[in-house]
Design a binder for this molecule. Structure first.
Ligand SMILES: Cc1ncc(COP(=O)(O)O)c(C=O)c1O
Length: 386
């Protein structure tokens, strides 16, 4: 019998394995742990949104939409950005609908990064950024956010920028640290980038989860930043439908033209009925305007419960994450602690070291509080017994 062999290959991403989120979720299932690891809601979205998808399918919106996204959704997104941030994006030239923020980010990177270009990331950072840059042949330049506070260090960012720097990636509200950038941060960044040719990729997927009356400082509010930026959003985060994988990107027309060249031959476009449903649903701003209060209540419930544990709470200004210092609870490193917590205590968390290239361990882990109150209370009961 002929033996058919699978050719050997050299990995394009030799350092990439299974993500920590998948590993911890699998461990949580195996040990029947309360999963506060991976960042997704365990509650339903608004039934009206599901009805809107059904209605769109029944109305016959089931074939390919335009490559850039259905016009009504692009128009609704442009109107929303203008109403919230005062920035006018042209819906036909400057807004594209993507398969979630993840696809928007890799597409922006592939569109602008040439082999050998440097791209600055601020660590800790979301796990897709670095492999995306590597796939584009870019050189990853890691700048730490200030340990302890996770504030941007503009002197360090400035020092990292060279004539080879093509782009900088930022993320506010920030995963995993739950910090948000202030107006002063944005102005400092605008000044810093003004004399450079550096592009900005701004990951704003948690834009509607900013607490204590603070404002989300979108890059689109700052003309000097918006002129050089891809601003990325995610309907999955905002409307509790992470599995739908629909997001948007806004950028000046010349940048968007390049973005679309890659998008066209990557996913080409995003599923039609969901786009129509989102467009109809966006007519009412209440669901996203009410989101800060919705998540702030959950944050407060979770923090009040954690106050009766030995964890030291870090601030949670935005996103749906709460970080805690584990030093008083355990001598283990972050990753071992998370494994132990899942197996022995029955609560899954994510080590912050997973968001650093060198696995930097500062004894801090991340919980996700986008969960039903009963889930949060079940986790708190276990954590309080520690
Ligand atoms: C910072 C950040 N960016 C992007 C994403 C991905 O968003 P999407 O599900 O829309 O691809 C996530 C999801 O966890 C995230 O935390």
């Amino acid at each position: 019998m002929t033996q058919y062999l699978t050719p050997t290959l050299t990995s394009r991403l030799p350092k990439v394995g299974t993500t920590i989120f998948t590993v911890m979720s699998a461990l949580a299932t195996e040990h029947k742990a309360v999963n506060l690891g991976q960042g997704f809601p365990d509650f339903a979205c608004d039934p009206a949104l599901v009805d809107a998808v059904t209605a769109a399918m029944q109305a016959g919106h089931n074939q390919y939409p335009p490559m850039t996204g259905v016009p009504v959704l692009r128009q609704a997104v442009a109107a929303k950005i203008e109403a919230l941030h005062g920035k006018v994006y042209h819906p036909d030239l400057e807004i594209t609908i993507t398969a979630g923020a993840t696809q928007a980010i890799i597409t922006a990177i592939l569109a602008v990064v040439h082999p050998g270009d440097e791209v600055v990331v601020l660590e800790p950072c979301y796990d897709s950024y670095v492999p995306n840059i590597e796939l584009a042949g870019g050189v990853v330049v890691r700048v730490p956010l200030t340990p302890g506070t996770f504030r941007p260090d503009f002197a360090k960012i400035s020092a990292a920028i060279t004539p080879k720097t093509r782009a900088l990636l930022i993320n506010t509200p920030h995963n995993p640290s739950a910090t948000v950038w202030s107006k002063a941060d944005m102005l400092a960044l605008q000044d810093l980038l003004a004399p450079t040719n550096v592009l900005l990729i701004s990951d704003e997927v948690y834009e509607h989860m900013v607490f204590d009356g603070q404002l989300h400082e979108s890059v689109s509010r700052y003309p000097g930043l918006a002129a050089r930026a891809f601003v990325v959003s995610s309907f999955g985060k905002t409307f509790h439908v992470t599995g739908w994988k629909v997001g948007t990107v806004a950028a000046p027309a010349p940048l968007m033209a390049e973005f679309r060249k890659v998008h066209q031959f990557n996913v080409f476009t995003v599923n039609t009925p969901v786009q129509h449903a989102l467009a109809a649903y966006l007519a009412n701003p209440a669901p996203y305007l009410d989101l800060p209060a919705f998540y702030q209540r959950k944050r407060d419930l979770f923090r009040a419960g954690l106050a009766h544990t030995k964890f030291k709470l870090l601030p949670s200004q935005g996103s749906y994450f709460q970080c805690v210092d584990i030093s008083e609870v355990s001598d283990l490193g972050e990753a071992d602690f998370c494994q132990w917590l899942t197996r022995e205590v029955g609560v899954a968390a994510i080590p912050l070291s997973a968001f650093y290239g060198d696995g930097f361990d500062q004894r801090v882990v991340r919980f996700c509080f986008a969960k039903q109150d009963t889930t949060l209370n079940a986790a708190l009961e276990r954590l309080q017994a520690l």
